[in-house]
Ligand binder design. Structure first.
Ligand code: AOF
Ligand code: ZN
Length: 354
């Protein structure tokens, strides 16, 4: 009847396509980590947007639950919600993980029509479309699938087999993470360091090399600016063949310390995956940064760049490359509020490998 009801070639309405684009935009405002970036929108039968939602990070509401809550908060009635089409960038999950299954939330809301962009390849969570169809819900998929796949391309490559890997670095303008004598406290200012602690709090495990433990003795806890411990703490992991001193700060007393006696990135990730870590943060450990870069295992690179020239020790020593053609290339990651963000005098830069 109206333009919004005009079906596209692939069997989607223009309104659904617009809603999916909106959901993709909402998804991209999230922060990468253990879970994919996911967005959702609810469309009324006339193709009007009722609400937009997104996933806010591991352990919090999934996008489908978020958009249902927002619709209700915006004043939509139960009848209006039941009559809506759920448009979501990832197949609704069919498992109770850290949060309840989205399929059950969709069914409980009485929704009879779902459009999603791509399937959920995570075996534990998959099967949502099948489950919904079994209950008589019309499920269509493939709308803007290329964009949805691209948004989570590194997560899709890792899911179900190994943790998502973030490498975080605090460096000078000339790419040094320590002076020639090894001093490195502090290259970046208080605001950047606070953001770095927030990253630790969101990760499942913080990983460094035995070399870093022996040189710096880091605690690797997530702390507030006043030095107190954050409510959520990552596991603290060290990898390498040298023994970790009995009094090393990383050991702590809370049982969250893991020693991985290997120099192989794949083995270390398998060890962390086995204890439940789905997002590993390699925090200022140059040797590990190099090992993971060479293994193609950096899913996200976060660089805090401070305005000073230091000479000294590079963030990535001995990458083993000799020509420009061999360079490991990255592209700016616009997700999570943008590829470049100022923290006081410092700049946080986020990249994804090309
Ligand atoms: C959805 N909607 O918004 C997201 C989904 O145990 P959890 O709660 O952390 O669930 C994580 C898994 O759920 C994740 O690996 C992926 O398969 C799926 N993510 N699914 O329906 C969402 N973020
Ligand atoms: Zn879900």
């Amino acid at each position: 009847t109206t333009a919004t009801h005009h079906a596209t070639d692939a069997g989607f309405t223009l309104a659904e396509e617009h809603a999916m684009a909106t959901a993709l935009g909402a998804a991209a405002t999230g922060v990468r980590g253990a879970n994919p970036l996911v967005g959702a929108a609810l469309l009324d039968p006339d193709g009007r947007l009722i609400a937009v939602g997104r996933h806010h990070g591991a352990g919090t509401d999934h996008a489908e639950v978020d958009v249902l809550n927002r619709a209700a908060a915006a004043g939509a009635s139960a009848e209006q919600i039941a009559a809506a089409t759920m448009v979501v960038t990832l197949e609704p999950c069919n498992h109770t993980g850290r949060t309840p299954a989205c399929t059950e939330a969709i069914l409980a809301a009485g929704i009879r029509s779902v459009v999603h962009a791509i399937g959920d390849p995570h075996r534990a969570a998959a099967g949502g479309a099948h489950r919904l169809r079994t209950e008589g819900v019309e499920v269509r998929d493939g709308l803007l699938a290329d964009q949805a796949r691209d948004l989570n391309r590194r997560w899709l490559a890792a899911v179900g087999t190994r943790p998502f890997v973030t490498v975080k670095i605090a460096q000078s303008l000339d790419g040094a993470v320590a002076a020639a004598d090894g001093t490195s406290q502090w290259i970046t200012g208080a605001a950047a360091r606070e953001d770095g602690h927030r990253m630790r709090m969101l990760a499942d495990a913080v990983l460094v090399s035995t070399g870093t433990v022996l040189a710096d003795d880091p605690a690797l806890t997530a702390r507030h600016p006043d030095g107190s411990l954050a409510a959520r703490q990552p596991r603290r992991a060290v990898m390498g063949l040298r023994p970790v001193p009995a009094d090393a700060a990383i050991r702590g007393a809370d049982g969250r310390f893991h020693a991985l006696t290997t120099r192989d990135p794949d083995e270390a990730l398998a060890g962390l995956y086995a204890v439940g870590a789905r997002h590993v943060l390699i925090d200022g450990s140059p040797r590990l940064s190099v090992a993971f870069a060479r293994a193609g295992l950096i899913d996200e690179l976060v660089v805090y760049q401070a305005p000073l020239l230091l000479g000294g020790r590079p963030a990535f020593p001995d990458l083993g490359l000799s020509t420009l053609g061999e360079a490991l290339r990255f592209e700016p990651d616009e997700a999570g509020g943008g590829a470049a963000t100022r923290f006081g005098p410092d700049t946080r830069l986020r990249f994804l490998p090309v």
